[in-house]
Design a protein around this ligand. Sequence first.
Ligand code: FES
Length: 169
Amino acid sequence: METVQENVQFSEETLRVIGKIIKRYPEGKQKSALLPVLHLAQAEFGGWLSAPVMEYVARMLHIKPVEVFEVASFYTMFNLEPVGKCVLEVCRTGPCWLMGAEDIITHIENKLNIKAGETTADGMFTLKTVECMASCGTAPMLQMGDHYYENLDNNKVDELLEKFKNSHQ
Ligand code: FES
């Protein structure tokens, strides 16, 4: 798990992508590019947004670091602390709750020996609980990376944890 972020600098390729994103907006409105830039920053700098990374993004978009923090701390898809290789985002609201999301969360907590919001000692898994992810018809569900895993039960969760672990060794 990466815990130190010094010499923050986007790669040339990412800078090119960001340049294109910023150009979508009128001069002085660079803040509108904040969400996509934060996604790129999180992907490039170890899966989370440290204070130096948020300051870097703020300088790039000519806004204050606190404005970056306000946005980064509002959305659950952004991590403000180091996370594991596999970030499990379990929906806990509405239909997912009715269909047993609490049991799924408890099962994962017991299995990984962590509480929601924590990361396993080996740095493999982080467990997060999130609001509705628009997959209510296939509740309960979780997101890992770019994929949704739906109609979960404890057996399916066990299989997924094994699969995630094997593919991120
Ligand atoms: S309530 Fe879980 S995806 Fe909608």
